[in-house]
Design a protein around this ligand. Sequence first.
Ligand code: G3P
Length: 222
Amino acid sequence: MELIIDTADLDEIKKLDALLNVDGVTTNPTIITRSGKTPEVVIPEIIEYLRPDQKLFIQVVAEDYDGIMEEARYINGLRPENTYAKIPVTREGLKAVRDAHNEGLGVLATAIFSPESAFLAALNGADYLAPYVNRMSNYGDGIQQVADLIEMLAVQDLDTKVMAASLHNTNQVHELILAGIQAITFPPAILNSMIDQPGTVGAVHDFTASWEKNYGRTTLRA
Ligand code: G3P
């Protein structure tokens, strides 16, 4: 499974990349605005930091077909490889997914709210599909719908990957891993809550305290 971070906060990217095998970074227009920097500053910063093998997914802002295509070409031209344009699955977007794929551009179909529209984007050649799991859960069982999508792609022999997005708790992560999800884009807060288990920290503290009390040091060897 690919581990992706859903943020444009370079400090968060660096912190998480220092201790996990991070496969890439996703952003969207709102996430870029939250960085407090302009896109002209923050996008090059992220590009400068990422290794060439780490993937970068940047979302188009234009809503019309010509604008989406122009931005998809621009995004794909930012790095020699491993760069994908995120295109929302609107009517204009679906058409752009097909044509961008036919031009050889990397495409992630995003803002997905149903397995059926996701499936159309897969048929149009998207490399990745990003269902908005938590937002889908407002209308039904978002996890089950994503599990169905994974199955639909498998039985139809499509190699499009599903990248779960819009995750709001670790139980959603747990269920999606069990369902065989190919990629998850994690908000840093969710990843940090998976890393920082209070029970683990407490157990280590107790081990160290008993060791220090008995041997007067906090290392294995004197
Ligand atoms: O990657 C998609 C994501 O950023 C949307 O998440 O939390 O706004 O539903 P959220």
